[in-house]
Design a binder for this molecule. Structure first.
Ligand code: HEC
Length: 153
């Protein structure tokens, strides 16, 4: 019941075109000391279940391709290029996770092979490669953060 009320509200706001009013555009994300983004990109809580999907999805986050994750043991092909994500919620605050996801290069330096998921990529190789777009939407970033916060040890 509550859910359908909320969905109606979203649909109504959507018609007026202001549903993204509180969303922070990629170029306006404010970093603190290059390692924290304290403010939600959408002003809305992330959905951990959806975040788990984006995280594992080969076309979107593809996080699993580089980060082994025990919570996703039902899926094959966990990469080991980056650190395992088990217990990541114990190692990082939410604001730090948001900074890493938005623009990993600010946090880890330009050499990191981890993509920045909420930066507009002018250097994309082809138009199909997210040229002029971010890999994830603001809400998808918040959803993945919510999922990462479940990965405690
Ligand atoms: C192409 C490989 C690659 C992909 C894809 C990738 N990462 Fe990473 N990630 C890395 C590497 C490598 C590091 C370690 C930092 C460094 O040295 O560059 C890292 C570091 C991290 C860290 C810090 C971990 C720690 O323990 O210090 C987090 C959190 C993280 N990644 C989350 C994600 C999430 C969530 C996704 C998907 C949305 C993702 N990564 C996608 C390669 C990747």
């Amino acid at each position: 019941m509550r859910r359908s009320v909320a969905l109606t509200a979203i649909a109504t706001i959507g018609l007026t075109g202001s549903v993204f009013a509180s969303q922070i555009a990629p170029e306006n994300v404010t970093f603190v000391d290059d390692i924290e983004v304290p403010i939600s990109l959408t002003g809305q809580a992330g959905d951990a279940a959806k975040g788990r999907e984006w995280y594992a999805g080969r076309k979107l986050g593809n996080c699993l391709a580089c980060h082994a994750t025990t919570d996703l043991n039902e899926l094959p092909f966990h990469g080991e290029v980056g650190p395992a994500m088990d217990g990541v919620a114990d190692r990082y605050e939410e604001a730090q996770l948001r900074a890493i996801l938005v623009n990993s290069k600010k946090v880890f330096g330009d050499q990191t092979i981890m993509p920045g998921f909420y930066v507009v990529n002018p250097g994309a190789r082809t138009a199909g490669d997210f040229q002029g777009q971010t890999i994830m939407s603001a809400q998808q970033i918040e959803d993945v953060i919510a999922y990462l916060k479940t990965l405690t040890e």
